[in-house]
Design a protein around this ligand. Structure first.
Ligand code: ATP
Ligand code: MG
Length: 173
């Protein structure tokens, strides 16, 4: 066998093992994150009303770590896709119009039992039913303009995090 063919085979071999190792690391990383993250959006009403700082303080004080975060604005196509499970609901158009009406803060938050604990922190969908001290109780205006979003399952948290962020947007600290 020629020298160059030998070295070609050895490079291919090394690439194969490198890919395998990276795949195993990636799987371990996503397993570690499962059940530990949620995706939030501080909605246009809360941003416009100057509540970003107070809401982030509540989030930090409740023990959530911000892993990725940005100020951004959803396009109509973004909002339709993000809330596509509600496509057939009568409030869908209003929801899309509201979510595109101004900037939002999107963030990935980490904590044990993240989904359930965060839903508890934000309170019921309708702020009139949200428990005292919850984010929606303190900052939401109405059932449409209800200040904040929280993922409803581990699976959706992964999908929603990938909707807003790339791998390089996440920080460990
Ligand atoms: P979010 O997904 O934004 O965190 P949620 O999980 O509490 O809210 P969903 O049932 O997922 O509630 O509804 C998505 C959004 O649609 C709600 O935040 C609310 O603004 C709106 N919505 C839900 N139900 C109604 C309704 N009955 N009337 C009007 N708007 C509604
Ligand atoms: Mg929801």
């Amino acid at each position: 066998m020629s020298k160059s063919l030998k070295s070609h085979i050895s490079i291919k071999h090394n690439n194969f093992f490198a890919t395998k190792i990276l795949t195993i690391f990636a799987a371990q990383k996503s397993e570690k994150m499962a059940g530990k993250i949620t995706l939030t959006m501080i909605k246009p009403d809360a941003v416009k009303n100057g509540h970003i700082g107070n809401i982030l303080a509540d989030i930090n004080n409740a023990g959530f770590k911000i892993k990725a975060m940005k100020l951004t604005q959803l396009s109509t196509a973004d909002a339709e896709s993000f809330y596509s499970v509600h496509r057939e609901r009568p409030f869908f158009r209003d929801l899309v119009d509201f979510m595109t009406s101004g900037p939002i803060v999107a963030a990935v938050l980490e904590k044990d039992n993240a989904i359930e604990d965060f839903r508890k922190l934000i309170g019921a969908t309708n702020p009139q039913e949200a428990a005292e001290g919850t984010i929606r109780n303190k900052y939401a205006v109405s059932i449409d303009a209800n200040a904040i979003h929280g993922s409803d399952s581990d699976e959706n948290a992964q999908i929603e995090a990938a909707f807003h962020f790339a791998g390089r947007d996440f920080y460990n600290y």
